[in-house]
Design a protein around this ligand. Structure first.
Ligand SMILES: Cc1cc2nc3c(=O)[nH]c(=O)nc-3n(C[C@H](O)[C@H](O)[C@H](O)COP(=O)(O)OP(=O)(O)OC[C@H]3O[C@@H](n4cnc5c(N)ncnc54)[C@H](O)[C@@H]3O)c2cc1C
Length: 400
């Protein structure tokens, strides 16, 4: 096995690094409170940051926001491996980058959307003109997503939507909902769902903030009261939305910030190497060396799965089980990184980001809280293990 990048890939990696170093403020990575694998510390989820928006526009101008999309829809026609290299570099620099529209909705429209839908939505996404949020979960539908109740009823050329979504990350800073609705209440649960796009400015939408465990306004409850959308906003076939959403969830699970793990790990090792406790440098302590070595192995494992999924996509293979494995490995690593950092730093690791003595700008304390979110969002760890057991190992559906 040869894990080397090709010359072209190496050159691209360098080009991405150079671009990020030129276009982002020099202190960006150091100042960021983003925790890799967390959903609650993504800065743009709280409020739009002008520097992040500028950077995203520059990416769009180069076609890099939608790197592996076809050129006719504003992409750069690059390989999935180059897309993975790009994502890895962005996360290493804690750079703002592609979001729901570019990573989840766009690829799903490319696969299942009509030509009309592709022409309508993809160029706007590629130009960074519009932002999407994910409107799947409801108060009584999370893991059991097929039990959503929000309804969309036909009325002339429109659909009329009533119901509620929850845990809606970034809904308050987005333009459109990428949304699952029930279009046939009489069909079996999975077969009566459609995937639609809803304009946030539509009359009848109320967005109400939810403050997350880290103290940020990252998600919301969203209420739909007789909201009208044109029927042409249905993506793909009516009542096939469940199947499209499953593909979209796989896209979401492939978005793993391996570079972010590596960066935070490097900072932790450096901090331990520069810090003494009882006259001894922390990196000389066997227990700490053990913990750091253990983490280094896990980070390498996450990288292996990460490159593997890109390799598969370039060969036309569908990384379905692999998406669940990668999501599980990465989110467990996110938690282990936070736990290990708190162990290594002791009470310093618990200091919040504004505290005078907080190491790494308080990222460890925030990360310790935020790392839980990754274990829940985009399907919990238990659900990923079920998918691996059923689809990967061929075990029968569980339950007594
Ligand atoms: C930070 C964050 C951001 C989020 N952002 C969004 C968003 O933008 N859009 C959106 O639509 N949703 C979002 N979600 C919602 C997320 O997808 C759901 O929370 C998740 O799917 C779990 O659903 P639930 O919260 O209803 O928990 P439940 O489904 O009620 O699960 C509770 C517990 O039971 C376990 N469990 C449930 N069913 C099974 C089973 N069959 N087998 C084994 N164990 C099971 C779960 O693993 C979990 O531990 C977000 C969640 C978080 C935490």
């Amino acid at each position: 096995m040869d894990f080397q990048f090709s010359g072209q890939e190496e050159a691209f990696r360098q080009e991405v690094d150079d671009f990020i170093n030129k276009e982002l403020p020099a202190s960006w990575a150091e100042e960021s409170h983003y925790w890799p694998g967390g959903y609650g510390t993504i800065p743009d989820f709280e409020e739009l940051d002008p520097a992040a928006e500028r950077f995203r526009r520059r990416l769009a101008e180069k076609g890099w926001l939608t790197l592996s999309w076809p050129r006719e829809y504003g992409g750069a026609g690059r390989s999935s491996m180059e897309q993975a290299i790009f994502n890895e570099r962005l996360s290493y620099h804690r750079a703002p980058g592609p979001g729901v529209a570019t990573l989840i909705s766009g690829p799903t429209i490319l696969l299942f959307g009509s030509d009309e839908a592709k022409r309508e939505w993809l160029p706007k996404i590629a130009r960074a003109d519009i932002r999407f949020w994910l409107a799947y979960s409801e108060p009584n539908a999370g893991s059991d997503l097929a039990s959503i109740q929000t309804s969309a009823v036909e009325d002339g050329d429109d659909l009329v939507i009533n119901g509620q979504k929850t845990w809606s990350s970034g809904a308050h800073v987005s333009d459109f909902a990428w949304m699952l609705v029930r279009t046939d209440p009489n069909a079996p649960a999975h077969k009566g769902i459609s995937l639609v796009i809803v304009d946030n400015k539509s009359e009848g939408i109320t967005i109400s903030p939810l403050i997350n465990i880290c103290g940020f306004h990252s998600f919301n409850e969203v209420f739909f009261d007789n909201v009208r959308i044109p029927q042409r906003n249905i993506i793909g076939e009516r009542n096939r939305g469940w199947y499209y959403a499953m593909a979209a969830l796989d896209f979401e699970r492939l978005v793993v910030p391996v570079g972010g793990f590596k960066r935070t790990f490097e900072e932790l090792v450096q901090w331990a190497a520069e810090t003494k406790r009882n006259g001894e440098t922390l990196t000389d302590e066997p227990l700490i060396r053990d913990k750091l070595a253990d983490l280094a192995i896990d980070i390498d494992v996450a990288y292996m799965f990460f490159w593997q999924t890109a390799w598969m996509l370039d060969r036309g293979l569908v990384p379905n089980i692999e998406a669940s494995v990668l999501k599980l490995v990465a989110t467990q690593l996110s938690r282990k990184l936070a736990n290990t950092a708190v162990d290594v730093m002791g009470p310093y690791g618990e200091l919040e980001r504004d505290a005078k003595w907080a190491p790494l700008k308080g990222r460890i304390c925030t990360g310790y809280l935020d790392c839980i979110s990754g274990l829940v969002g985009a399907g919990t760890s238990e659900i990923q293990r079920s998918i691996i057991a059923i689809r990967g190992l061929g075990l029968p559906w569980g339950g007594s």
